[in-house]
Design a protein around this ligand. Structure first.
Ligand SMILES: Nc1ncnc2c1ncn2[C@@H]1O[C@H](COP(=O)(O)OP(=O)(O)OP(=O)(O)O)[C@@H](O)[C@H]1O
Ligand SMILES: [Mg+2]
Length: 640
């Protein structure tokens, strides 16, 4: 199994450093600066309140128990006794405890408000990010989307964004909240006694070095873990959509094994990450504990040797110890969260940064009304991402389309016919500007498609394909998919024109019957007629029909052809079909073989002079021969 199959998107260079990714992630929080500032302010107010209880400890120990007032305790005594109004020690003790409790409540209130705001910021960030990813994917060209694996894209939009959610929701709170608290604590302990504080903080340098090593080791592991997760997702998605094929060929065991292999690869990356964490985290924790030892050692020594350190200060340091080293312990966890977020963010940014492959020209115009004249002029085309055709000694370079020129007059019906794989559907995609040609030009009413805004261009087209895609909604919603504002009456009229009204009326809930995923509850012919009704309702100037009757049985075909006749009336139509009955309705037929136009004429002209076409019409009942691989082509292949 290809171990790199989770990575399909081919942009963002790995050279982008982790810190750049991290900075970009933070810069995306910019629109919410207002809320962040409010949250931080509340946090800043809450921190002194949080740090206060340790002062009470010191006051009670030094000021009340030992009876030794230094500058700090003197100020506190002033506060707790309300400027000397309370004089007995029980009253001052109770007052100091009340202060302690009161300020704790202030801390709780402010920090809760602040956390609430910060968590909303994080959720809003994720909301926007996920929608940005969706919007980007939706606006991407078909070529880009077809090169990706759906499961991989889904895992970027869901799993990777979720990973970022874990980081932003917990990370912002922990990084900013604990970080600020930690900094203030450092300032306070440094002011109380820099000697004890330095001894206690020194081991942090070791923690820092350890984390740097850990990060370098774990970054590729987390990246691989995200890719393996995408691989699992891709397998799941493909297997669920391919269930009928898996069942028909009895490949359940095989697919289960492949799925298991994918999950095991994911598992083994996770185990590598767990091992890395088990190796480094205990070190950081132990180093944290060493500082506890240093604090007690240096503090005790200073008290015993009478060097200006008091028992109250030692108690206070002890009270702050958790404030100093709790965050160090969380630091390892947060650092880990950041590393994972960076791995996920890279994958999300790859989607966001993928260039638009089909940009509109800068001066692209809207075409509000069109006559419906279409043309391809000397068009060559290859699907993007394919290796460019390489000329060999034996053969000239082969493109999917080679120097194709064709012209469709307004209101005309033009049929493209030719062997399977010749390039007929590709021509329809170029007309819709799903792709741009490599050379040559495609025009609508004489205007290069690249100079027409894409949405305005496509609003003039309807496409009916061999397999029509229906959404898991009601029949009615599917008919008016392109025009949700249409009334029930309009939808019914469209369905009648599409010969669909009869069967829809017999469905359990009529027009409100849900069609199931991709329309599984309907037959092929029924789905096709719903998609024809959809085309009727959108009333396009130009109609593209790509084998509209190929997947239905003859009885249904008659009803569909009758509906298509009505639909084609008065519109420009380009159709492809392997059914002569449909081809015969065309004004002009182009024979496409091996990416080239090899003949052009009315159906009757071609029947007379084109051997391929004559055989095509005659062999309608035996579609096998149409496949381009079955034997040499008749003489209608013309020279280049
Ligand atoms: N998305 C794609 N990516 C790469 N190559 C493609 C893609 N779609 C089609 N092709 C290739 O382009 C060529 C033309 O395909 P196209 O679908 O246009 O043929 P067609 O004439 O419509 O065939 P059929 O009659 O079977 O529908 C084929 O060789 C096919 O393999
Ligand atoms: Mg086709």
């Amino acid at each position: 199994m290809d171990s790199g199959q989770g990575r399909m998107i081919d942009v963002m260079p790995q050279a982008v450093s982790s810190s750049a990714v991290f900075r970009r992630l933070l810069s995306m929080l910019r629109p919410q600066l207002g809320s962040i500032a409010l949250g931080m302010t509340l946090l800043l107010v809450s921190i002194p309140a949080e740090l206060f209880p340790a002062f009470v400890w010191k006051f009670v120990a030094d000021g009340l128990v030992v009876g030794k007032l230094d500058s700090t305790t003197a100020v506190l005594r002033e506060w707790f006794s309300f400027g000397g109004r309370l004089s007995s020690w029980p009253a001052v003790l109770i007052s100091s405890l009340a202060w302690m409790l009161g300020l704790y409540l202030v801390y709780e209130l402010f920090s809760t408000l602040s956390r609430n705001i910060m968590e909303r910021v994080a959720q809003r960030f994720i909301l926007d990010l996920r929608n940005r990813v969706y919007h980007k994917l939706q606006s991407q060209s078909l070529g880009y989307l077809q090169r990706q694996r759906t499961g991989d894209l889904m895992s970027r939009a869901m799993g990777d964004v979720d990973e970022l959610q874990a980081f932003t929701v917990n990370g912002i709170d922990v990084i900013i909240g604990e970080g600020l608290l930690w900094l203030m604590t450092v300032v306070v302990v440094m002011t109380i006694d820099w000697r004890v504080a330095s001894a206690a903080l020194a081991p942090l340098l070791v923690v820092y070095v350890l984390l740097r090593i850990f990060n370098a080791r774990v970054a590729p592991i987390y990246k691989a873990a995200r890719e393996r997760a995408a691989e699992v997702n891709t397998r799941l998605q493909e297997n669920l959509s391919g269930v009928p094929v898996i069942k028909i060929f009895g490949r359940e065991a095989h697919e289960s094994r492949r799925f298991r292999e994918a999950t095991e690869r994911y598992y083994s990356q996770q185990v590598r990450a767990i091992n890395a964490r088990s190796l480094y985290f205990p070190f950081t924790r132990s180093v944290g504990f060493v500082s506890n030892v240093a604090m007690l050692g240096v503090g005790g020594w200073l008290i015993l040797t009478n060097r200006g350190f008091t028992v109250g200060s030692l108690l206070m340091f002890r009270a702050y110890w958790w404030r100093l080293f709790g965050p160090i312990q969380t630091l390892a966890r947060v650092n880990d969260m950041v590393m994972r977020a960076i791995a996920a963010a890279r994958r999300v940014f790859e989607v966001l940064d993928a260039p638009d492959e089909l940009p509109d020209a800068p001066d692209a115009t809207r075409l509000d009304r069109v006559r419906g004249e279409l043309a391809l002029r000397d068009v060559c085309f290859d699907y993007p991402g394919e290796a460019p055709p390489t000329p060999t000694a034996a053969s000239a370079p082969r493109h999917v389309l080679r120097n194709v020129s064709l012209r469709v007059e307004p209101g005309q019906t033009v049929a493209l016919c030719g062997p399977s794989g010749a390039g007929k559907s590709t021509i329809l995609y170029l007309l819709l500007r799903f792709y741009d040609p490599l050379h040559g030009i495609v025009t609508l009413d004489g205007v290069d498609l690249r100079s027409i805004q894409r949405d305005s261009l496509r609003s003039h087209f309807a496409l009916v394909q061999q397999e029509s895609f229906l959404f898991n909604e009601s029949v009615l919603d599917n008919i008016r998919y392109g025009h949700p504002e249409a009334t029930l009456e309009q939808a019914v009229a469209a369905a009648q024109a599409a010969n669909a009204h009869g069967f829809i009326s017999r469905l359990p809930q009529g027009y409100h019957t849900p069609v199931g995923e991709r329309g599984v509850r309907l037959s092929g012919g029924q789905k096709q007629r719903i998609s024809i009704a959809r085309a009727f309702l959108s009333n396009p100037r130009i109609l593209l029909l790509d084998e509209p009757t190929s997947s239905v049985e003859p009885e249904s075909e008659a009803a569909i052809i009758a509906a298509l006749d009505r639909l084609m009336a008065g519109r420009t139509t380009v159709l492809t079909s392997h059914r002569p009955s449909l081809i015969n309705q065309a004004d002009v037929v182009y024979v496409i073989e091996d990416g080239k136009v090899t003949d052009r004429g009315t159906p009757s002209e071609l029947r007379q002079r084109n051997a391929w076409f004559e055989r095509f019409v005659r062999s309608a009942d035996d579609p096998d021969w149409i496949d381009g691989d079955t034997g040499p082509l008749p003489e209608c292949s013309q020279s280049d």
